[in-house]
Design a protein around this ligand. Structure first.
Ligand code: ADP
Length: 404
């Protein structure tokens, strides 16, 4: 079975074509600057052949049409006919309380997804555009939606409720939802596999540290808490997002700087986090370089970044009554030994014997970074959200065929 996985953002479409028998990625790429000047598609086939095609891409449908064209082209393609594509899996950011797992896309499901737009006005509309486009371009091909929020739907109410008037939760669905669900689910399951342990018996803390970052407490394979909330702004300090912030700070800034809701949103999402603190960059590599050159704000930013993660690990260990494994993933978690070392140091009280030598120099691969015999195992597991979406899609499509 061949499955194409789409991740449609406001001006970009990331895609991967999977051969599910082997889970091999036959081709992948990204269309960028959709609807803007200078649009292009970067495409890569599994034999290493790459191409960048520049030209106008007016909207998501046009972008997907070009992508399908490349996938079928003689020179760069991986398929001879569109009927080789058995299903499409879409990454959908917000599924609110309606979606507790991935779903076969029907008109009713689309209606439910449209109701979630209010909660993710920047993310869900482009996700939906990808779905509408595929309905037009490949009308007979089944589609599945995989929601970033779904994995965290197992959180208990005491973890997901905000201490605001209950009526506002009922009226608007204002509660914590969490994101990066496919990533937390994948790396926790993979960690159990690597450790050859039954996930139903494990308490795992997964740290997804990328431009966006979140951490999750997973008991028996189920998320019981996570750091992102109603929106992805809560929790850890991120590239450009504040993470946890006294709401009083925002109210104060809005009043003093006379900024409206629109600009306040931009402030906490785009101008804050590591970029805001360091003034250097939102990119961890550049911040680490600046800190090595003794840039004081870069050093402060990093100290804040590590400290926030440490606090969450402590609180989740308390929430779970202990922890068996701490898993690092995402661009920073996978590639920054410094970040892992700083987060994990002085955690012996928790039972974590960190292996500095085993950690040093390790980038982008599965590796255990605690000492043999450490009660708490620390490890790196590169994430693979697209594979989770492809596998969910395969399973749901096979089930729907069985039921026909
Ligand atoms: P996104 O959330 O956009 O998917 P990624 O998971 O790709 O982001 O993570 C991007 C982050 O990973 C950036 O801050 C980048 O600097 C960081 N990163 C990538 N490689 C390294 C590295 N070798 N050392 C430190 N940080 C890295």
């Amino acid at each position: 079975m061949k499955i194409i996985v789409l991740n449609c953002g406001s001006s970009s479409i990331k895609y991967q074509l999977f051969e599910m028998e082997t889970t091999e990625v036959l081709a992948k790429g990204v269309a960028e600057k959709i609807g803007l000047h200078g649009s292009f598609i970067k495409h890569e086939r599994n034999d290493g052949i790459q191409v960048k095609i520049e030209g106008e891409i007016l909207d998501h449908q046009a972008g997907i049409e070009y992508i399908l064209g490349i996938l079928k082209s003689e020179k760069y393609g991986s398929i001879k006919d569109f009927n080789e594509i058995d299903a499409v899996g879409h990454r959908v950011v917000h599924g609110a309380e309606a979606f507790k797992g991935s779903e076969f896309i029907t008109e009713d499901v689309i209606k439910e997804m449209e109701k979630c737009i209010d909660l993710a006005p920047l993310h869900n509309p482009p996700n939906l555009k990808g779905i509408y486009a595929m309905q037009v371009l490949l009308p007979d091909v089944p589609q599945v939606g995989a929601f970033d929020t779904a994995f965290h739907q197992t959180m208990p109410a005491h973890a997901y409720m905000y201490a605001i008037p209950y009526s506002l939760y009922k009226k608007y669905g204002l509660r914590r939802y969490g994101f990066h669900g496919s990533s937390h689910r994948y790396v926790s399951a993979r960690a159990a596999e690597i450790l050859k342990k039954d996930i139903s018996k494990l308490r795992i803390i997964t740290c997804h540290l990328g431009n966006g970052a979140s951490i999750a407490a997973i008991v028996g394979g189920k998320s019981i808490d996570t750091s992102m909330g109603l929106t992805p702004v809560e929790g850890l300090i991120m590239g450009t997002r504040t993470g946890d912030l006294d709401v009083g700070v925002l109210l104060y800034i809005m009043q003093k700087e006379n900024i409206d809701h629109f600009n306040a949103n931009i402030l906490v999402n785009k101008h804050s986090g590591m970029l805001g603190i360091t003034g250097v960059s939102s990119d961890m590599r550049e911040i680490e370089t600046a800190a090595a050159e003794k840039n004081e704000r870069a050093i402060l930013g990093l100290d804040m970044y590590y400290y926030r993660i440490k606090k969450y690990i402590g609180s989740y260990a308390a929430a779970m009554g202990g922890v068996d494994a701490i898993v690092f993933t995402g661009g920073i978690g996978e590639n920054s030994p410094e970040a892992r070392e700083e987060v994990c140091k002085n955690m012996e009280f928790l039972g974590l014997e960190f292996d500095n030598d085993g950690n040093r120099g390790k980038r982008g691969k599965e590796v255990i970074i605690s000492k043999p015999g450490s009660k708490v195992i620390a490890m790196v597991v590169p994430t693979n959200e697209e594979l989770v979406i492809a596998k969910d899609t395969e399973q749901i499509v096979l089930e729907s065929l069985k039921n026909k």
